[in-house]
Design a protein around this ligand. Structure first.
Ligand SMILES: C[S@@+](CC[C@H](N)C(=O)[O-])C[C@H]1O[C@@H](n2cnc3c(N)ncnc32)[C@H](O)[C@@H]1O
Length: 284
């Protein structure tokens, strides 16, 4: 008898991928064609394997019979790797370049796109708290994956990760010890819920919709890296539309605005090393 892992997976042809992407777009509005094709195919193979299916037609059938399976699908095909104070030097630079601007605002509005299981939001809240801005900031933390957001709301990380996090927190310019912000059990560190008082969690698909809101700072780190270069201008334009004039945007260290059509010089580079950008104050 064949096990699920040895069951023959059919190669995914371009035609099959296109037909499946059209099915997903028509049914759920998600643009799979915006994703990098080779990593998408790897992830789709994984979804097939886990479901003991051999091709995408079978997966489409499963999804049309069970509409809720889409949420499981989003968990399986996305990469949700994250950590506390990830890219710490970029966070330090973010603080130096954007916090003086945020400090002048009564209620800074911050959007986090693709936040995964929330470590990025914990880090941001701690940075805002140390800068004395947390209580007047409004943070909307979003992801495509429902499950990632549910996990994010726990505001907790495994104890095994805390030593590395402490090191990165200090590199990012942390002012004391992370211990001041969590309660530890034998296996987990639960960050104080007061830290997330001004955080609203929301599903948001960057390929599909807009929030109809504008923000002073947008973090969209390590999300576009999974998108095809050819299609990056669309999500980037969408992000720029969510920025207030004068607002800042930070991408992941391996990402950039290179594929954004910077008409009228709307976007200035603040740090090319740490991928921090700013929308012009004078929007034509
Ligand atoms: C690698 S994680 C990055 C997490 C965090 N931003 C960081 O830098 O550590 C990528 C996240 O992007 C989310 N994602 C993927 N496609 C998305 C989309 N179309 N819209 C919004 N989020 C998406 C995934 O669910 C995942 O949680």
């Amino acid at each position: 008898m064949q096990s699920s892992s040895t069951k023959d997976l059919e190669d995914i042809s371009n035609e099959e991928l296109q037909a499946f992407s059209s099915f997903i777009y028509d049914a759920y509005g998600l643009r799979l064609d915006w994703y990098n094709q080779s990593s998408l195919i790897r992830r789709l193979h994984r979804v097939l394997q886990l479901n003991r299916l051999t091709n995408l037609t079978q997966l489409a059938l499963l999804m049309s019979r069970n509409k809720d399976y889409f949420w499981r699908f989003t968990d399986l095909f996305t990469v949700q790797v994250t950590e506390l104070f990830r890219e710490p030097l970029a966070l330090r630079e973010l603080k130096t370049t954007t916090f003086p601007f945020l400090e002048r605002l009564l209620n800074p509005k911050i959007l986090v796109v693709g936040t995964s299981s929330g470590e990025e939001v914990i880090s941001l809240c701690i940075m805002l708290k140390e800068a004395g801005m947390l209580s007047r900031s409004q943070i909307i933390a979003t992801d495509l994956s429902q499950k990632a957001l549910e996990k994010a709301k726990d505001f907790a990380v495994s104890k095994t990760k805390i030593e590395h996090a402490e090191m990165n927190y200090l590199k990012a310019g942390g002012e004391q010890s992370l211990k001041a912000y969590y309660q530890a059990t034998s296996s987990m560190c639960y960050f104080h819920k007061e830290l997330m008082e001004n955080v609203e969690w929301s599903l948001f698909d960057l390929t599909q919709s807009e929030l109809g809101l504008q923000f002073d700072l947008i973090l969209c780190k390590n999300v576009l890296i999974y998108f095809n270069h050819q299609y990056q201008s669309k999500p980037l334009s969408r992000l720029v539309r969510h920025l207030r004039p004068g607002g800042f945007m930070a991408l992941g260290e391996k990402e950039s605005m290179a594929f954004y059509r910077n008409e009228n010089y709307l976007i200035q580079t603040v740090s090319s090393e740490y991928k921090i950008y700013r929308k012009s104050l004078k929007v034509l």
